[in-house]
Design a protein around this ligand. Structure first.
Ligand SMILES: Nc1nc2c(ncn2[C@@H]2O[C@H](COP(=O)(O)OP(=O)(O)O)[C@@H](O)[C@H]2O)c(=O)[nH]1
Ligand SMILES: [Mg+2]
Length: 200
């Protein structure tokens, strides 16, 4: 499958402000700076669609992007675990994120992004646990694959999957991507396509 058109639609602070439609939504989440916006730009082939930033913690809203005229939607969620925010600001963001994830009936799959260079971190593992307990369908996307050699990449991802295997049987689906080299693009789009086909 390919993306024929992609357009920014709306930014929302609450689920009740999110666009009304009946098409599937695929949302991206992960720590600030993990590469959510870059991945959306890479998938859609539009470098300017989602705002990317070298300064972490910029996206504070739920951003909807219309794909192929509304056949489906990509959703850029705020990053979690950005330490420099105040406690009230963090709480507000957490409510926004959990509200969307738990209540958005159009959400068919959540992509949880993990920097391929990082060892498993508590905040991500706990978030995955919470998704499992909440019965939210999700998959894992290892980002920034271009930052490691082939060998180091395989080693890092193996270690991560081994850690996940302590909590998950079977392992959730996972993808390896790079916004620079476009690695993983076809696999992710085919995966989205197969989910779209299974629910249409
Ligand atoms: N080398 C490399 N850099 C990336 C990749 N994805 C994102 N980045 C960089 O990481 C930073 C954060 O990316 P961004 O997409 O804004 O992260 P977000 O906060 O999760 O939306 C930016 O400086 C990006 O250019 C990637 O696949 N490869
Ligand atoms: Mg972003």
């Amino acid at each position: 499958m390919d993306i024929k058109s992609a357009a920014y639609l709306k930014s929302s602070a609450f689920i009740h402000q999110c666009p009304e439609h009946n098409s599937p939504e695929y949302a991206f989440i992960g720590r600030s700076n993990v590469g959510k916006s870059s991945l959306i730009n890479m998938l859609t082939g539009n470098k300017k669609l989602a705002k990317t930033s070298a300064t972490p913690g910029k996206t504070l809203l739920i951003n909807h992007f219309l794909i192929n005229g509304g056949q489906w939607y990509l959703v850029d969620l705020p990053g979690y675990g950005f330490a420099k925010r105040s406690k009230t600001e963090r709480q507000k963001l957490e409510n926004m994120i959990s509200g969307y994830i738990l209540q958005r009936r159009q959400l068919v799959n959540l992509f949880v992004l993990i920097d391929c260079r990082h060892a498993p971190q508590q905040i991500d593992l706990e978030f995955l646990q919470w998704l499992g307990e909440s019965n939210i369908p999700f998959s894992i996307v290892f980002t920034k694959a271009d930052k490691l050699s082939k060998q180091a990449l395989a080693k890092s991802i193996d270690a991560y999957l081994q850690r996940l295997a302590e909590d998950w049987e079977p392992l959730p689906p996972h993808f390896i991507t790079s916004a620079e080299t476009r690695q993983g693009r076809d696999e992710l789009l085919d995966y989205i396509d197969s989910i779209n086909a299974s629910i249409s």
